[in-house]
Design a protein around this ligand. Structure first.
Ligand code: MN
Length: 207
């Protein structure tokens, strides 16, 4: 079955003023839709048709079309799901404990994540992920790569990601990537990130 573009879980203007409606319309309706269609074209009629996106990213990214468009498909699905108009604040519960353990404090985590986002040269993403030993790590990847791919420097299951391609912020922020990253924290859906954390820990327990 072909991959489908997910509906946004909120209106295009719901994340304003932090992320503007026009950016959301183009980013979801054009960019993410493009990755979805090109991924489907790349796998149609091949041995890869019918595989999950996670399996494709883990096993088939030696194929540049799958690497670029499969990454783009997955990364944006995660991105929309970890933002909310009622987001912001700080995580609680097990995720908060894990962040304190890995980074010292939530503020130190924010600093590390923001630095990864700011220093990714050109286009790419910054991530918070769960490693195989269930510890947390911050990393960044170029282009549409992500930490599930063999090409990643830091292999982990991403639970939070920020898109730092210029298409993600340029209409509203122009060259001010740092302001975009700072305001992203006003819309992070920590409940969703906590669920991703719990799922990543649970799946590693069954391996
Ligand atoms: Mn994007």
């Amino acid at each position: 079955m072909a991959f489908t573009l997910p509906e946004l879980p909120y209106a295009h203007d719901a994340l304003e003023p932090h992320i503007d409606a026009r950016t959301m319309q183009i980013h979801h309706g054009k960019h993410h839709n493009g990755y979805t269609n090109k991924l489907n074209a790349a796998i149609a009629g091949t041995e890869h048709e019918g595989k999950s996106i996670e399996e494709l990213l883990a096993t088939a990214t030696d194929n540049p079309a799958i690497r670029n468009n499969g990454g783009g498909y997955y990364n944006h699905c995660l991105f929309w799901s970890v933002m909310s108009p009622t987001g912001g604040g700080a995580p609680t519960g097990d995720l908060a404990t894990a962040i304190d353990s890995a980074f010292g404090s939530f503020d130190e985590f924010k600093a590390a994540f923001s630095k990864a986002a700011a220093t990714r040269f050109g286009s790419g993403w910054a991530w918070l992920g769960v490693k195989e030993d269930n510890s947390l790590c911050v990393s960044s990847t170029p282009n549409q790569d992500n930490p599930l791919m063999a090409q990643a420097d830091c292999k982990c299951t991403p639970i939070l990601g920020i898109d730092v391609w210029e298409h993600a912020y340029y209409l509203n922020y122009q060259n001010r990537r740092g302001d975009y990253v700072a305001n992203f924290f006003n819309v992070v859906n920590w409940e969703a990130v906590s669920k991703n954390y719990a799922a990543a820990v649970a799946s590693s327990a069954t391996v």
